[in-house]
Design a protein around this ligand. Structure first.
Ligand code: 2P0
Length: 343
């Protein structure tokens, strides 16, 4: 087993810091087969980004009863409850009941369809496990991260990652695994920010509503394995056109599924749609680029490295686009020096 080093744990202190990056699904996760264990109804394939990050420090304090949680300098009750539930999984494994001080920062908008829960819970599990001295393999970290937020299972790993839906009731076969390193096919991603507001319907509620009311739910589940096969083969063959076609298909299919829920889920802004058209025009002109959109209004344009400046310029120019971020593909969750985050 490939265990993580524990060198970042300060001597004698239950203290560690980690960084993880968001991932973007190319074949989407939407729907849960077990809500309590957070098991997905379908598998998914993603890419982990490099320059957007969550950095998190965790310090367990013997004798402290409650967790103290600061996210981007603020405390939020609902988020703190999710952090405590995640730390409880680690405390159970370590056999301790200490409260923790958690400080976390993102360098990108939170809860707006940029996968902040993926990077957030991947960084939290990584730092929390290290702080407690738990020698967990990456797969074990990924399983724990999945319990906290499904997509976080994928951000434990870098590059191209597949998360299996699994069949077992206890979820031990619903694990994420790397498909291909970032360096092996270093695509770039332009992220068009069309709103910085937190989304109105979170993913967990959106998935629940979709499963209960969308008439397309069974078609979604029945067609996913074939999409995963196509995307996996495209990635392993570095076949950009094939990956572009299956990624846009999965994105539009997930949104059609969610739009058909009652009440319908509409995550896009006008600028999101304008950016989709612009990406397709670029592709018709021969530029290797495709779009994907998660449960929020931001559009992610994935392209070959030589096209990134042209793609950014075209998206920047679209009415309603507030900003365009630029990322490459990056590594999985990893240790950071402790004591560097502002509280
Ligand atoms: C994905 N999304 O595959 C899909 C596509 C959004 C659209 O995973 O309830 O925050 O915490 O497991 O992981 C966002 O959902 O949901 C998501 P929970 P999560 O990236």
């Amino acid at each position: 087993m490939n265990f993580e080093p524990r060198a970042d744990v300060s001597a004698g202190e239950l203290h560690a810091a980690s960084q993880a990056q968001p991932n973007i699904a190319l074949v989407k996760y939407w729907g849960k087969r077990d809500v309590a264990l957070n098991l997905p109804v379908v598998g998914s394939i993603s890419i982990t980004l490099d320059s957007l990050w969550t950095r998190t420090e965790v310090r367990f304090v013997p004798g402290q009863k409650q967790d103290q949680v600061s996210l981007n300098g603020r405390s939020d009750e609902a988020e703190s409850r999710r952090v405590t539930a995640c730390l409880d999984l680690l405390r159970q494994r370590a056999g301790v009941d200490y409260g923790a001080k958690v400080t976390s920062q993102n360098n990108f908008p939170t809860a707006a369809g940029l996968a902040s829960s993926a990077s957030g819970f991947a960084a939290l599990v990584h730092a929390g496990a290290h702080a407690l001295g738990l020698a967990l393999s990456r797969v074990e970290q990924s399983v724990l991260a999945r319990r906290c937020s499904g997509s976080a299972a994928r951000s434990i790993f870098g590059g191209y990652v597949e998360w299996a839906h699994g069949k077992l009731a206890d979820g031990t076969d619903s694990v994420a695994r790397p498909l291909l390193d970032a360096d092996a096919w270093p695509l770039r991603v332009a992220v068009a920010i069309t709103s910085k507001a937190a989304k109105q319907v979170g993913s967990t509620e959106g998935m629940r509503r979709t499963a209960r009311t969308s008439p397309y739910q069974s078609a979604w589940v029945d067609t996913q394995e074939a999409d995963l096969d196509v995307a996996r083969n495209a990635i392993l063959a570095r076949d950009f056109d094939a990956l572009a076609a299956i990624s846009e298909h999965s994105c539009l299919k997930m949104h059609a599924l969610a739009m058909a829920a009652q009440p319908g889920l509409l995550y896009w802004k006008g600028a999101t749609v304008e950016c989709m058209h612009r990406v397709r025009v670029l592709r018709q002109q021969g530029v290797p680029v495709f779009f994907t959109v998660d449960a929020g209004p931001q559009l992610k344009a994935v392209c070959v490295p030589s096209a990134i400046e042209q793609v950014k310029a075209v998206l920047c120019d679209a009415p309603g686009v507030l900003d365009v971020l630029d990322a490459g593909l990056g590594a999985g969750a990893r240790a950071m020096p402790v004591g560097e985050l502002a509280t």
